[in-house]
Design a protein around this ligand. Sequence first.
Ligand SMILES: Cc1cc2nc3c(=O)[nH]c(=O)nc-3n(C[C@H](O)[C@H](O)[C@H](O)COP(=O)(O)OP(=O)(O)OC[C@H]3O[C@@H](n4cnc5c(N)ncnc54)[C@H](O)[C@@H]3O)c2cc1C
Length: 432
Amino acid sequence: MTGLSRRRFLQGFAGVGAGVLSGCGGLPFFSGAKAHVVVVGGGFGGATAAKYLRLLDANIQVTLIEPKAKYITCPGSNWLFAGLAGLDQLTVDYQALQDKYGIKLLIDRVSSLDAGQRRLRLAGGQSVSYDRLIMSPGIDFRWDAMAGYDQAAAEQFPHAWQAGPQTLMLARQLQAMPDGGVVLLAVPADPYRCPPGPYERASMMAYWLKQHKPRSKILILDAKRSFSKQALFEAGWTKHYGYGTANSLIEWHSLADNPLLELDKPNRVLTSEFGDRFRGDVLNIIPPQTAAYIALQQGLADSTGWCPVRPLTGQSLFDDFIHVIGDAAHYAPIPKSAFAANSEAKACALAVTSLLNQTPVPEAHWLNTCYSLIAPDHGISVAGVYKLDAADAIAPVKGAGGVSARADAQVAAAEADYTRAVYRNLIADTFG
Ligand SMILES: Cc1cc2nc3c(=O)[nH]c(=O)nc-3n(C[C@H](O)[C@H](O)[C@H](O)COP(=O)(O)OP(=O)(O)OC[C@H]3O[C@@H](n4cnc5c(N)ncnc54)[C@H](O)[C@@H]3O)c2cc1C
């Protein structure tokens, strides 16, 4: 055993706890009594973790806790604005996880957690004990970032950053807008869920406007200086939407030095620090984000608002028996995406089965791809492969990953097909 893997093995061993060390003689600790792993959150991270735990070790009992009986995927939700998908096509349930993999599903919300007793309390009153807990509760929003924009205002000016009724509301607002109207799309600073998401959204809105309301304009008001796949997006916008000309359907403005500070609701105006005023007919304000409330409330996040973890196992730095994955966790430089959450979940499931069976935690690799549609026949992508470096930090693997080739029409059309195929595969791998 190398020094490094021995250290990881011992770290993992320490995580199992002293009780486990007594008299196991290398046999799985839970032979006889089945280990119970509870997974909180049935999104891409949680559903994948639950499924792969059962695939890796059918002796482990797995309970998945999720408040919604059906889950609407954020991936694909931007396609709604172009009329390429409806919410029903983006909706999945947990039937296969229960029937095919024997996962116990509790449709409920975790309201609190007693880490000392390793017990969760659910909003419905039930309490559930665990041997190990995997948390994948996703994101919540920072409502203090812009004066005038709070949860109530979001019902009028939807962020639509958790797919569902708000996505539909925003699509209807776009459809009701006069030709020649202005859409304001306010984008937060990093890190946030799905770095290329706002630009795919602008593309899909522009595709629809081009056909139905071609005198309109989308102003992207960005808290950043640059954005994911920028050169590819801009080339696509130039090709399809007149980007860079006076009649462009899309304008991108960096407000990195002049942040948006206030929403004037009655006048539909966003005001920046230097007093610039942007008036829109449709306002899509995506607030800055944090780990979901349950993670914050339970002290699993640090001052950044995200949950720090040991990347190899996903164990919280604050509790060895709690693993955090997906958007809620700090896995930078891996971006916050469904593909990444699925990959983190698999590594975590492998680590949890190893810890429960007292076997060394294998080396992990993580993958991410983010595909975006600029038009129905024009896709672009970014891919990354990651592993631990010598200091046990996540680092990109040199020479792996990258972005799509500067698109000729054939490459762009193939990438559009891959976009839809990757979505279908991710759904099948996570929920099927
Ligand atoms: C517009 C948009 C487009 C996107 N497109 C893509 C894309 O093309 N490709 C891609 O890879 N990613 C995409 N993403 C990102 C992707 O949606 C997220 O990264 C992914 O959903 C993260 O998975 P997760 O499991 O961390 O969180 P989620 O999928 O949000 O799941 C969290 C779950 O936890 C549950 N939960 C929360 N609190 C509790 C509690 N107290 N008790 C029990 N359950 C709880 C929630 O109900 C939720 O179902 C997109 C995002 C957006 C907004």
